[in-house]
Design a protein around this ligand. Sequence first.
Ligand code: BT5
Length: 324
Amino acid sequence: QSEIRKKLIDAFTNNESEYLSGQKLADIAGCSRTAVWKQIEELRKEGFRFEAVRRKGYKIVSIPPDMTADKITLGLKTEKLGRNLHYHDSVESTQKIAYKLAYENAVEGTVVIAEEQTAGRGRMDRKWHSPKYTGIWMSMILRPKIPIPKAPQLTLITAVGVVQAIEAVTGLLPEIKWPNDIMINGKKITGILTELQAESDRIHSVIIGIGINVNSQEEDFPEEIRPIASSLAIETDRMIDREELIRAILEKLEKLYSLYLEKGFLPIKLMWESYAVSIGKQIIARTITGEIKGKATGITEDGVLLIEDSAGELHHIYSADIKI
Ligand code: BT5
């Protein structure tokens, strides 16, 4: 088994730009095509990335990326964000760990990152698919002194920072779908989850979870989200340096967060609107109490979405899924 593994790795790394057919690989490794296929699955689990093309075969895209806390913080230009960094190989959810750290009074700007989440979550306990080495799964602890109703603003600030970082690192121009999705070509690249720890009416801490599909290939996504999900690698057709992107996100976010604490939400609202896809369009908002159809006219100072229905009535949407 390990002999096959070694021969396959050699074959791939010596023919980096070529597609190798299953038969050719089987000949090289001296085994059956099924054994080749099984071994490739094993290698995928270890973090090797392959591109598979029908009738051509396999090409190696990258070897295990092995992200480390040192590699992330090397050259990081922030004062607070990410200065205290907790790196894990595999966790249930980085939110859960950040929650515990926040409770234990970890410093503001503490970041938890994992290579894999086995129980990553979205809003309302939905699943967030977070396979190993393919993305950035991270949670960040902030302690803004703001009233609780203003907390949704942090989701929007985060979205702006992530968009700017993706733009800077990849050249892609992502769009924001209110409140927490970042899209490219109509597909979801990033989800943001903002959770609060509050005592009576005071915010103790805000845990901001960011999930970004970075180097995922089609086959990394489960069947049901393939039509709606994409990754930076799929959109650019190249592998993206996750450490570089993490640094860019932390740097952009730190700037936006200080701007927010100093000048309030307005300057960020303007940036957010320039990236938003839904504003000015006919949309459907699915809320827990039902659907609201109409034109998205903008967001309020607190980050609440405004929809004007066909009767001219204005609706304030606090939480929903949006269909454009
Ligand atoms: C979100 O929820 O989009 C928030 C996702 C936040 C994930 C981060 S990762 C780090 C931190 N730790 C966690 O455990 N979570 C945070 P929502 O808007 O509810 O969207 C969830 C829906 O997105 C699912 O129901 C799927 O349809 C879809 N989905 C799941 N995994 C996906 C993925 N990897 N890429 C694109 N779409 C996905």
